[in-house]
Design a protein around this ligand. Structure first.
Ligand SMILES: [Mg+2]
Length: 256
């Protein structure tokens, strides 16, 4: 395990660091609004970004995650890869655009139903709609059923999170495709991705894909909490205990 650390440190320009935000470099908050960047990350990430290509890759809207992290020289990607920043402007992937009318219809229906589901929060990300039931665990079955029926009827896709379901365009864009695209663009020879949730398995898959192509070493890091899905830990190269554990690991990559 020490070998990859040395390889990263010896060749930081070709070593990418990809990080999820919630539960990875921030502690899990009861509601999406409550999340803040881990204080240790605020200190460490700028030091890493001076040497390594660094990307924060979240399910949140890109402007949201960029302002929560609030650090320069980081590449921000939002909505699982469907949105990114060009300069300071959010850009939607053109593949997503044909599905915006169906998302509008889903949004209108959810808003009608939501008052009957106390504690369930709609996170409207324009390119996708996430229903959070962290504070309404008894509503899980109903929320999942609602997501499934809307997706089926409106020709949209559905993605399960840990305490959420996301209604999204049925396009092949996820954290894995983002890692593949950026790693090629940045001519990376190795990359680390750390995440804590089901959608981060896609990121691990992206690393594996690049490794099969050859000339690339991937390090998949599962950030464990009491809620870690077994699927994530099962496919990770290594596991760390919470954001604190991840930041401890990343601090070994600092070259100054
Ligand atoms: Mg997360």
């Amino acid at each position: 395990m020490n070998d990859w650390v040395t390889e990263f440190r010896n060749d930081p320009r070709h070593s990418g660091i990809f990080l999820d935000f919630d539960g990875t470099i921030s502690d899990i908050a009861p509601s999406p609004r409550g999340a803040v960047l881990h204080p240790r990350a605020a200190d460490l990430l700028p030091r890493l970004a001076r040497h390594y290509p660094l990307c924060v890759l979240s399910g949140r809207r890109v402007a949201d995650v960029a302002s929560l992290v609030g650090l320069p020289h980081i590449h921000y990607v939002g909505v699982h890869g469907m949105e990114w920043l060009e300069g300071d402007e959010p850009r939607l992937d053109p593949e997503v655009l044909p599905y915006l009318p169906a998302l509008d219809r889903a949004r209108a229906e959810i808003r009608e139903i939501l008052p009957g589901l106390p504690g369930v929060i709609l996170e409207d990300k324009m390119a996708s709609l996430t229903l959070h039931f962290r504070e309404a665990p008894h509503s899980e079955e109903q929320v999942v059923h609602l997501g499934e029926s809307l997706a089926l009827r409106l020709g949209l896709g559905l993605k399960r999170g840990r305490k959420s379901v996301e209604i999204r365009p049925p396009v092949e864009i996820d954290k894995g495709t983002v890692i593949i695209r950026l790693s090629r663009g940045w001519k990376l020879r190795r990359g680390l991705f750390a995440g804590d949730d089901l959608t981060d398995v896609d990121g691990f898959r992206g690393l594996r894909y690049l490794m099969r192509e050859g000339g690339f070493e991937g390090v998949a890091v599962a950030v464990l909490s009491g809620e870690t899905p077994v699927e994530l830990e099962a496919v990770a190269d290594l596991s760390v205990r919470g954001p604190e554990g991840l930041l401890e690991l990343l601090s070994r990559l600092a070259v100054d």
